[in-house]
Design a binder for this molecule. Structure first.
Ligand SMILES: [Zn+2]
Length: 242
């Protein structure tokens, strides 16, 4: 499996795009979360990797939760695709998320995207609610989700191509059961940040060495000290094959 990192920042970063990535799936490119500056981040990651990450060809988006540093990029992405469809047809991007986020997503987007009341969420995205405890086939990946601990409902993902599995924590406070669930994966991208709503790096540093060795960190604050952890730190543009 292969992913390209788009951003590694936390919600307050002055210098980095928010935590997000694209997964090169068997039947397409899957975007995980949509931070501010998404289109710029895709262009920069295309230059840094050997992949052409064209937003017109990203037909599946996985969304962890509705905090702005994970969804603000949906506005430009949604409009870009909508304008293109008016001009030359095509399908809506599919947006996959858990039931709680799906229920309130349009509250988040409508003031900017409802076109005076003429447009609805369905004009921009084909929203697919991830089944509780179930598996979805997304671009040839088998996808499961699990809710973490966060001030708004937030989930992590396990994505498998049948041979390899990627774990993605989403935003979560320290949750040993979440880490255990993610540890089924061959490679785990885990958030870390300050405050009670995120996972302190000390907790991850204390995990078993075989788990830490398969883990990489994302969602770090700008003043994060790389020397404070033996776990790999992701950077925007990283192309990870595992
Ligand atoms: Zn959050």
């Amino acid at each position: 499996m292969e992913l390209v990192v788009l951003g590694t920042g936390d919600a307050f970063s002055r210098t980095r795009t928010g935590a997000s990535a694209v997964v090169l799936a068997p039947r397409g490119v899957v975007l995980i979360d949509a931070p501010d500056g998404l289109l710029r981040a895709l262009a920069e990651a295309s230059r840094a990797s050997d992949q052409a990450l064209d937003p017109m060809r990203i037909d599946d988006i996985l969304l962890t939760h509705l905090h702005g540093d994970h969804v603000n990029g949906l506005e430009a992405f949604g409009f870009l695709r909508w304008v293109e469809r008016q001009r030359s047809g095509g399908t809506r991007p599919r947006l996959h998320t858990h039931a709680a986020a799906a229920a309130r997503l349009w509250e988040r987007l409508a003031p900017a995207m409802d076109q005076g009341g003429d447009a609805t969420l369905a004009d921009y995205f084909d929203v697919r609610v991830l089944p509780e405890g179930g598996t979805s086939d997304i671009a040839g990946l088998s996808v499961r989700h699990r809710m973490g601990i966060h001030p708004v409902p937030s989930c992590g993902f396990l994505l498998s191509d049948g041979a390899r599995t990627l774990g993605w924590s989403g935003d979560t406070a320290w949750d040993p059961a979440h880490v255990e669930w993610l540890s089924q994966a061959d490679f785990v991208v885990h958030e870390t940040s300050g405050g009670p709503t995120h996972t302190p790096v000390e907790r991850l540093n204390a995990l078993a060495p075989d788990v830490r060795a398969r883990m990489a960190l994302i969602h770090m604050p700008d003043d994060f000290d790389p020397a404070c952890t033996p776990i790999r730190l992701l950077r925007a543009g990283d192309q990870v094959r595992f």
